[in-house]
Design a protein around this ligand. Structure first.
Ligand SMILES: [Zn+2]
Ligand SMILES: [Zn+2]
Length: 342
């Protein structure tokens, strides 16, 4: 079968490799759609482990099942989670499923930018989700990113009456925007440096989309009756954007750190100015649990969150280099979907 092997963001090679063999309890998936994620292009995070097969936002069809698999059969339309928790450790028992050791170790074999992938037994147990006949494979690739976004917004209590600032209007920021609106947030402001993304934010329901170079926290005060934002969600890795975000949260408010910085970068943080008399909360959240995936799929299948309008490019596996370039450039694209089947 064909696979896209990652060496660097500008060096992906299509190679013939063996189709994975499945054992008892495992599932072979024919990959029909595979989303390029912002994390796929975090070269500093990948480069020490190359060559790699990336891709974790997958949907397709069950091609074969191993002995003992009862819940799935060849032909089932599915999406799947690459990371699954053990449900038994200290972290899982305290609700932090996504920092579980098992979750960090689990993955597809060999990855998502291939024609076929093996879903290991531990993933089959809780990490496969059947799609309705009407759900498109390309829509189902959003279940993973939406699961991450859902987990983050649950952690910080996005809901009605909240004034939300989303820093960064790339794919993650826009998905946060859509979810916040669907959860009834009173007012959602997004920022970005790119006009294409700001336009997308406006189309997807942002009450205000502001060019990051014009942004100041005072703009939020003007829109929010003199107060800063109740909730700030950071979806940009630039430390300057993070600095802005820290100054944009109102007393008693919450900041969600959703994006990582570049390698080794830090942000200055004044305890006295930021914390000492403010009662603000700094939160992080990572990945999604099986429950988050299930909820994400429900939101997509019910039509509560439209993801189809976020897809700007559909490319065959042979064109994956072009896809990575689009995501790296971050201009004129939101979601790039790879379709591995010929
Ligand atoms: Zn992803
Ligand atoms: Zn665990």
């Amino acid at each position: 079968m064909r696979a896209a092997i990652y060496y660097a963001n500008n060096d992906l090679r299509i190679k013939e490799i063996d189709t994975p063999k499945i054992g008892p309890g495992e599932v072979l998936m024919r990959v029909e759609a595979s989303g390029i994620c912002g994390s796929d292009i975090m070269e500093w995070y990948r480069i020490d482990r190359v060559p790699l097969v990336l891709g974790h936002e997958v949907a397709g069809v069950v091609a074969a099942v191993g002995a003992g698999v009862k819940d799935f059969k060849a032909g089932d339309r599915i999406c799947a989670a690459h990371h699954v928790p053990c449900n038994e450790c200290h972290f899982c028992k305290t609700g932090h499923h996504t920092v579980c050791e098992t979750l960090r170790k689990t993955n597809f074999d060999p990855g998502g930018f291939v024609e076929f992938l093996r879903i290991p037994k531990v993933n089959v147990k809780e990490g496969i989700f059947k799609l309705s006949d009407k759900t498109l494979f390309e829509e189902a690739t959003f279940v993973e990113p939406l699961a991450c976004v859902l987990r983050g917004q649950r952690a910080i209590g996005v809901g009605s009456e909240k004034f939300v600032l989303i820093v960064g209007s790339g794919m993650a920021g826009l998905l946060h925007l859509k979810l916040a609106k669907s959860l009834g947030a009173a007012f959602v402001v997004t920022t970005d440096i790119d006009e294409f993304r700001l336009d997308a934010a406006r189309r997807f329901g942002a009450d205000k989309a502001i060019d990051a170079k014009d942004y100041t926290p005072d703009l939020i005060r003007k829109m929010n009756g003199g107060r800063l934002a109740d909730i700030v969600i950071i979806c940009a890795g630039a430390t300057s954007a993070m600095g802005q975000a820290l100054k944009s949260v109102e007393r008693g408010g919450t900041i969600l750190f959703f994006a990582p910085t570049g390698k080794g970068e830090t942000i200055p943080l004044s305890v006295n100015d930021l914390f000492w008399r403010t009662e603000i909360t700094l939160r992080s959240s990572y990945a999604g649990s099986p429950a988050d995936y299930a909820e994400g799929l429900k939101l997509i299948e019910s039509g509560k969150i439209n993801v189809k309008d976020m897809i700007t490019h559909r490319l065959g596996l042979d064109k994956i280099q072009e896809g990575f370039k689009l995501v790296v450039d971050g201009k004129d694209s939101i979601k790039v979907i790879i379709k591995p089947q010929k």
